[in-house]
Design a protein around this ligand. Structure first.
Ligand SMILES: NC(=O)c1ccc[n+]([C@@H]2O[C@H](COP(=O)([O-])OP(=O)(O)OC[C@H]3O[C@@H](n4cnc5c(N)ncnc54)[C@H](O)[C@@H]3O)[C@@H](O)[C@H]2O)c1
Length: 331
C-alpha cells in the first residue's frame, strides 16, 4: 500500500485531503503544528498516524518510508504575510525547501507542493498561463514563488516534485475558513443580512472548491510520473474565473433579502488575475472539477444550517486564520 505524508493535514484543505486519500485506500500520515486547535467546525477525518510537529523540526528520519509527501503546511494567506513576513519566509520558504530536501534524502518519490495562483499578482493580461510573468504583490506570494523554484530544481531520477498553483479556495470543510472571499461573503449575508464587498468588486479571481484542490493532489499522486515530473501547474478551470461582484450576485440569489454594500474600505485592490487551466487538462485529461461555484455555494449554505453559523462565529477568531494566529502565535 502506498504511504503518503500530508503536512498541514489539520487545515482547511488538509482535512478534506485526508478523507479523500483514506477513501481511496492509501495509508495516510499527517504532520501539523496544530495552530488552529479547537477551531474545527465539525469532526474532521483522522489520518492513520499523526505527528503534532512544526515542519521545520522534521528530520530525514521522520520522512523515511513515505512514497509521496504532500506539502500544505504554511501561513496560508496574504494578510498573515503582511503582519509577520519573517515568519512567512521561515515557514513557507526556507521550511518548505528544507522539507523537500529531507524528503528527497529520505527516499520519497514524489513531493507535491501547495503553490498558489496569487503568484500572478496584478496580471499583465487576462487568461494567464504558466508561462506568464510572475508578479508577486505580497510576502506570501513571494514565498510561494521562491519555494516552488527551489523545490522543482530538486527534480532527479528518483525524485519528482510538482507545484500545484491553486486557485482561491471556497466551500465547506470540517476546518472551515471564512477569510476566503466566497465563504466570507456568504457567511456575512447569512449572519448579518448584508453582502459587504471591500473592493470595488471588479477584480478577477479564479475560484475552486477546497475538495477539488484535494482531489487534484490525489490525482497528482496517482498520475504517471512523467506527466507531473518537475511541473508547475495551475489548478482550477477556465470557466471558474469570476469577478467579486459576480460572486456577490450569486450570494444574493441564495439569500435574496441580503443587500449588496460596497464598503470600499480595502481601497483599490491591485490583485487582479484571470487564469488559464489548459495545461492541467492536457497533463491529466481525466481530471475535472466536481464543483461549480454555484453548487459549492449551495452546499456551504446548507451546511451553515446543518453545523451552525452565528454572528459570533463570523466576527470571532475561530474561522479567521490571522485572528487566531495573532492570539496564539504572534503574542
Ligand atoms: N485556501 C486557499 O485558497 C489556497 C489557495 C492556494 C494555495 N493554498 C495553499 O494550500 C495550503 C493549505 O491551505 P489551507 O487553506 O488549508 O490553510 P490553513 O491555514 O487552513 O491550513 C494550514 C495548516 O498548516 C499548519 N501549519 C502552518 N504552519 C505550520 C508549520 N510550520 N508546521 C506544521 N504545520 C503548520 C496549520 O496549523 C494549519 O493546520 C497552504 O500552503 C496554502 O498557502 C491555499
Amino acid at each position: 500500500m502506498k504511504k503518503i505524508l500530508v503536512t498541514g493535514h489539520k487545515g482547511y484543505i488538509g482535512v478534506e485531503l485526508v478523507r479523500i486519500l483514506k477513501d481511496r485506500g492509501f495509508y495516510v500520515a499527517g504532520v501539523d503544528s496544530d495552530f488552529f486547535r479547537g477551531c474545527e467546525w465539525h469532526e474532521p477525518a483522522k489520518p492513520d498516524e499523526e505527528m503534532l510537529l512544526d515542519i521545520r523540526d522534521l528530520t530525514v528520519d521522520h520522512l523515511k518510508g513515505f512514497d509521496t509527501v504532500i506539502h500544505l503546511a504554511a501561513l496560508s494567506n496574504d494578510p498573515m504575510g503582511a503582519v509577520d513576513p519573517d515568519m512567512t519566509y521561515s515557514i513557507n520558504l526556507r521550511g518548505s525547501i528544507r522539507l523537500a530536501e529531507n524528503a528527497k534524502e529520505a527516499g520519497a518519490e514524489r513531493f507535491l507542493f501547495a503553490g498558489s495562483c496569487s503568484v500572478y499578482g496584478q496580471g499583465e493580461s487576462l487568461d494567464l498561463d504558466e508561462s506568464a510573468r510572475l508578479n508577486p504583490l505580497t510576502a506570501y506570494a513571494e514565498s510561494k514563488i521562491d519555494a516552488e523554484k527551489a523545490i522543482l530544481a530538486l527534480a532527479g531520477d528518483n525524485f519528482s516534485p510538482a507545484s500545484l498553483r491553486n486557485a482561491t479556495a471556497y466551500g465547506s470543510s470540517a476546518m472551515l475558513r471564512l477569510d476566503l472571499v466566497v465563504n466570507n461573503l456568504l457567511a456575512c449575508a447569512y449572519t448579518r443580512g448584508d453582502i459587504r464587498i471591500m473592493s470595488d468588486g471588479t477584480p478577477w479571481r479564479p475560484l475552486i472548491h477546497c475538495r477539488d484542490i484535494a482531489r487534484a493532489f490525489a490525482a497528482f499522486h496517482e498520475a504517471p510520473r512523467e506527466a507531473i515530473h518537475g511541473m508547475a501547474v495551475n489548478i482550477g478551470a477556465n470557466d471558474e474565473n469570476y469577478q467579486v461582484k459576480d460572486v456577490a450576485g450569486k450570494v444574493k440569489e441564495l439569500i435574496p433579502g441580503a443587500e449588496i454594500v460596497f464598503t470600499g474600505e480595502a481601497g483599490h485592490d491591485p490583485r487582479n488575475y484571470r487564469v488559464n487551466f489548459d495545461l492541467l487538462n492536457r497533463i491529466l485529461p481525466e481530471f475535472r472539477l466536481e464543483y461549480t461555484l454555484e453548487a459549492g455555494m449551495e452546499q456551504l449554505y446548507e451546511d451553515f444550517g446543518r453545523y451552525g453559523m452565528t454572528l459570533e462565529d463570523f466576527e470571532g477568531p475561530r474561522f479567521i486564520r490571522l485572528k487566531m494566529l495573532q492570539s496564539a502565535v504572534f503574542v
